[in-house]
Write a protein that binds this ligand. Structure first.
Ligand SMILES: Cc1ncc(COP(=O)(O)O)c(C=O)c1O
Length: 393
């Protein structure tokens, strides 16, 4: 894997903001530039003018991010009552919030309902019953299982969603239980590189919309297209514009303008990923034998300080060190974190290249680390404190 160029990711002024914010600060430190989230949000709204954006808070549940997106008019999807509490505390009205987790305790459904939330995801009869009991009359969307795990860098597997036949049964049951069978959702997998994954999923949804109308007289009103839109890591991805053009085309192929359902998007990674740079120091460089061709580079950040998505080397962050600008030779490295856990190796197989001149104490910058980092950071594994974050705009 060749070394990156910083100008592939930032213009000089944009990059300077990050380095300035980190100057003199202890590492590891995540620097988040809120202005980049603002730009991404406007971009998303511009490309999907008819969709409602429910920011997937799990990507970064920070108050600074919520306040920004709330001011920009975003809605929110929460995964727990704790995220719900956070977003309500930021002054967001419950009418702008969906409860997107299909796994929830009865008392948490009650809590959300008491706070005014009336839009719930489900994918099972037991959860549906819970919702009927504790959030009576609410709007239900059923999550279906879809393809896409082979082309997503962070697949969401089979944990969520159900077969469309079961989803139809749940929607029918929802009506019988006094709930509103409102729509269908899916998630094609996070960092989904194949736009056609939405095409396959929407074909299933269309079939279900028609079935429900023709066989049950139920007119579903909403499609939730989930997240999955990419951030800019190492491997090339299509711009959001291409995703939007394709998805909007799939939708207009399937529905007339007057029948177009409400469209919800739940982006997480694509909105906030590019806003973060994780600044770390090199703690140790070593080799495992006198003839070892590979250097082991240990940084003060690892899987337990926010880089958990490097598990299985799934998400490949762009890694930058200023010595790349002047380096005359580079070599393959293993990149590992600081803890005494052998899982704490970010990249062993990927073949990351770093300058031979790299030394202990040098800075390593992990780009595109604004999503799924700070919230994943452990509390005190090996005694290391949770990841420090600073916000700039
Ligand atoms: C229900 C739901 N919606 C949205 C998202 C956000 O997905 P992404 O970060 O790929 O945009 C997730 C991610 O796990 C999710 O579980």
């Amino acid at each position: 894997m060749t070394m990156i160029k910083i100008d592939q990711y930032f213009d000089p002024a944009g990059w300077q903001k990050f380095t300035k914010a980190a100057e003199g600060r202890e590492t590891p430190l995540l620097v988040v530039d809120l202005s980049r989230i603002k730009t991404k949000f406007h971009e998303m709204v511009g490309f999907f003018p008819n969709a409602k954006i429910h920011y997937a808070m799990k990507a970064s549940p920070a108050v600074e991010v919520i306040n920004l997106l709330a001011d920009l008019g975003s809605n929110f999807d929460c995964a727990s009552i704790y995220e719900l509490e956070r977003v309500l505390d930021c002054g967001v009205d419950a009418s702008r919030i969906s409860y997107g987790n299909t796994i929830k305790k009865a008392e948490h459904v009650k809590y959300a309902f008491d706070k005014g939330v009336d839009l719930y995801a489900t994918d099972s009869a037991a959860d549906l019953k819970n919702i009927a009991e504790h959030a009576p009359g609410s709007k239900i969307f059923v999550r279906i299982l879809v393809q896409g795990s082979e082309t997503a860098e962070w697949p969401l597997s089979r944990k969520f969603g159900c077969h469309p036949d079961m989803a139809i049964e749940l929607l029918i049951q929802a009506r019988a239980l006094g709930l509103v069978p409102y729509g269908i959702s899916f998630h094609v997998g996070s960092q989904q590189k194949d736009v056609a994954a939405w095409d396959d999923a929407l074909a299933k949804v269309k079939y279900m919309f028609d079935w429900m109308k023709n066989e049950e007289g139920i007119k579903l009103q909403m499609i939730n297209l989930g997240g999955g839109f990419p951030a800019n890591y190492i491997s090339e991805v299509n711009p959001i514009k291409v995703y939007a053009e394709e998805i909007n085309r799939y939708l207009t192929d399937d529905y007339n303008a007057e029948d177009m359902p409400e469209i919800i998007l739940e982006p997480g990674r694509s909105l906030v990923g590019g806003s973060g740079v994780l600044v770390s120091d090199v703690v140790l460089i070593s080799r495992k034998s006198n003839t070892d061709l590979t250097r082991w580079v240990y940084t003060d950040v690892g899987l337990f300080q926010g880089l958990i998505e490097t598990l299985g080397e799934a998400i490949k962050y762009p890694v930058y060190t200023p010595k790349m600008e002047t380096s005359t030779s580079e070599g393959t490295v293993v990149l590992a974190g600081p803890t005494c856990d052998s899982t704490d190796i970010m990249y062993e197989e990927a073949g990351y290249q770093l300058p031979e001149e790299l030394g202990i104490g040098d800075k390593i910058y992990w780009l595109t680390t604004g999503a799924y980092t700070n919230s994943y950071s452990s509390v005190e594994f090996n005694g290391f404190p949770p990841l420090e974050v600073t916000y700039i705009d």
